[in-house]
Design a protein around this ligand. Sequence first.
Ligand code: ADP
Ligand code: MG
Length: 268
Amino acid sequence: MSDVTVPVKDAEPTVDGVMVDVHGVHKSFGPLEVLRGVHLQVRAGEVTVILGPSGSGKSTLLRAINHLEKVNQGWISIDGELIGYRRSGDKLHELKEKDVLKQRTHIGFVFQNFNLFPHLTVLENLIEAPVSALRRPRKEAEETARRLLDRVGLADKTDAYPRQLSGGQQQRVAIARALAVEPKVLLFDEPTSALDPELVGEVLDVIKDLARTGTTMIVVSHEIGFAREVADTVVFMDGGVVVEQGAPAAVLDNPQHERTRAFLSKVL
Ligand code: ADP
Ligand code: MG
C-alpha cells in the first residue's frame, strides 16, 4: 500500500463545531471519476440531507466517509480525526485495518436494505458490535439495547428474528443497532427507499426524533417533505460534486442552479 502525501497544513482539521469535514475528495473506479472534488462540512448536532440523481456519487460519498471506499485525493475528518490515515511529519500514512475498524465504530451506517444479521435475534443484533468490537460488558450492552429498542418502538421485539419483522420494523432495528455504539455521526443511505409506502413514515419518525435530540446525521433521501422539516442543510449533488447547498427553503424553494431545478421538478 502506498502512502499518500497530503501537505500537513492542508489536512489540518478542523473548524470548531464541525463534526464531519469532507475536503476536496476525489474517487475514481477505473476510468470513471465518481467524486470530483467534494467539499462538505456538517456541524455537530445538525442534520444534512443529500439529494441528487442516481449515479451522482451519493452512496460513494457516504462509503468514503465510513472508509468503505478509499479516496484518491482529498481527506475526510470526523470530530477532528482523519479517517483512514494518521499524520506523521509532513506525510499521511494509511491506518492498519484494525485501526480503520476502530474508527468505523464511531460512525453509524444505516443501509437501504437494513443489513441486519439474519441469524441473530433483534437483541443480539444490537449487542454484537458493543460486545465484540467495543468490549462492553454484555449486561451493560443489553441494557443499552433494550433502551434503544424502546426508543424506536420495538421493546416487544427483542427476541424476534429479522425475517419475522416488517421492513419498517427491520429498519428501525437497524437504526437502533447503529446507535448502540454511540456513534459521533449517523449516515443513512436512502433508508426508506426499499420500504412499502405505508412503512416509510414510521422510519422517518424515528429519524426525526433523533434529529430533535441533536444526533449528527447525514441522510441521503429523496423524501422532500422530510428534508424540509428536519434538515439544517440540504445538499444537492450532481456529477460527483456538490452543486449547491443551504437551508432547506433556499435550496428547495429557490434553487440557484438549473441542474437543481431540473432535479426538483422531477421529484417534487
Ligand atoms: P448514487 O448513490 O448517487 O446513485 P453511486 O455513488 O452509487 O451513486 O454511484 C456513482 C457512480 O459510480 C455510478 O456510475 C456507479 O455505477 C459507479 N460505481 C459505484 N460503485 C462502484 C464500484 N465499486 N465499481 C465501479 N463503479 C462503481
Ligand atoms: Mg446510492
